[in-house]
Design a protein around this ligand. Structure first.
Ligand code: 2P0
Length: 327
């Protein structure tokens, strides 16, 4: 019998992955950039176990057995076994738990698949790049394999060999950075990311503009801003990229809508705050759901949270699920 347990955290994109050029291999239409939170906070914890007595592969997610035949899961397992350096042919049992709402636009699949792949790679002694294995489970999972700021390079090869994630800088490069998650709603989202991005790429005209004329430059600018710790540039492009992702979603037909009135109130609030302090101190970004993620520097957290508490008293407009997070 052999057992491995790993933790992996969610990542929050500042340049959004939105749209696939290959649905089967999960190859994106653009590079994306994110920060991976440290595992003290929101994480998936996965234990994988092999034994000669196991008769079949099985998986439990948050205590409930799920279908091991899920195609993405099968994809991961098959690829991992192909790359295994040891000859372990025993069946595997997988047990994974998230300490945060699953499928509520909080990148649960990213943490989950990253954790699964890291654990299985240890079990099967795979030592070369494993981000492509995580990608085959869920695109954004490849960015959660590493900490700090991470770039998923879209790559150009049709087999996806060069569509891998690389660390831009470790978390220690910008230790003052803080991430605040405001959970507006933690129920399961109505339109999955996969369906939302497919509809966007098939029907949105604006999407072509985003891919061809905006992102190539924005990726370079934000990468440089991260390296130089230039918060203002980082924040402005983070905000603009979130808004553009939701703009192309709205341009899809029928429109794909993830944000709600509370999300829009948070957007207005952050802009009003930045204007009042005459400086860009807070950036917001929204994934495929109504919840806001805020990026800000540690020195600005007490004042900002004080103002936030005043305008969004706990338990009234916003569910009380605020987390001050390092990454
Ligand atoms: C991101 N999202 O970059 C973007 C922003 C959501 C909004 O990556 O189909 O769950 O499994 O590859 O990875 C969510 O997409 O989609 C996502 P699949 P995934 O974080």
């Amino acid at each position: 019998m052999c057992t491995v347990t790993c933790l992996a955290s969610i990542n929050i994109a500042v340049i959004k992955y939105w749209g696939k050029r290959d649905e089967v291999l999960i190859l994106p239409v653009n590079d994306s950039i994110s920060a991976t939170l440290d595992t003290d906070h929101l994480h998936a914890k996965t234990t994988v176990m092999t034994s000669s007595t196991f008769k079949e592969d099985r998986i439990w997610l948050n205590g409930k057995e799920e279908d091991i035949k899920n195609p993405r899961l099968q994809n991961c397992l098959t690829q991992i076994r192909k790359r295994a350096r040891n000859s372990n042919q025993w069946k595997v049992h997988i047990c994974s738990e998230n300490n945060f709402p699953t499928a509520a636009g909080l990148a649960s699949s990213a943490a989950g698949y990253a954790c699964l792949v890291v654990a299985l790679a240890k079990l099967y002694q795979i030592e070369d790049d494993i981000t492509s294995l995580a990608r085959s489970g869920s695109g954004s999972a490849c960015r959660s394999v590493m900490g700090g700021f991470v770039k998923w390079c879209m790559g150009s090869e049709s087999n996806g060999a060069d569509s891998i994630a690389k660390q831009i800088v470790p978390a220690s490069h910008w230790p003052e950075m803080r991430i605040l998650i405001l959970v507006v709603n933690d129920t399961k989202k109505k339109i999955s990311s996969s369906i939302g991005m497919k509809r966007t790429i098939e029907t949105s005209d604006l999407m072509q503009h985003r891919i061809k004329h905006v992102l190539p430059n924005r990726v370079k600018i934000i990468e440089q801003a991260i390296i130089e710790k230039d918060f203002k540039t980082f924040a402005e492009h983070t905000i603009k990229d979130s808004n553009q992702m939701h703009a192309v979603c709205l341009d899809a037909y029928p429109p794909v809508i993830y944000m709600n009135d509370v999300s829009h109130t948070i957007i207005n609030f952050v802009h009003a705050y930045n204007e009042a302090v005459n400086e860009v101190k807070v950036a917001y970004t929204f994934d495929a759901g109504p919840n806001a993620t805020l990026y800000l520097l540690e020195e600005n957290v007490p004042e900002f949270v004080g103002v936030l508490d005043h305008f969004f008293p706990p338990g009234i407009n916003l569910e009380q699920y605020r987390k001050g997070l390092t990454f």
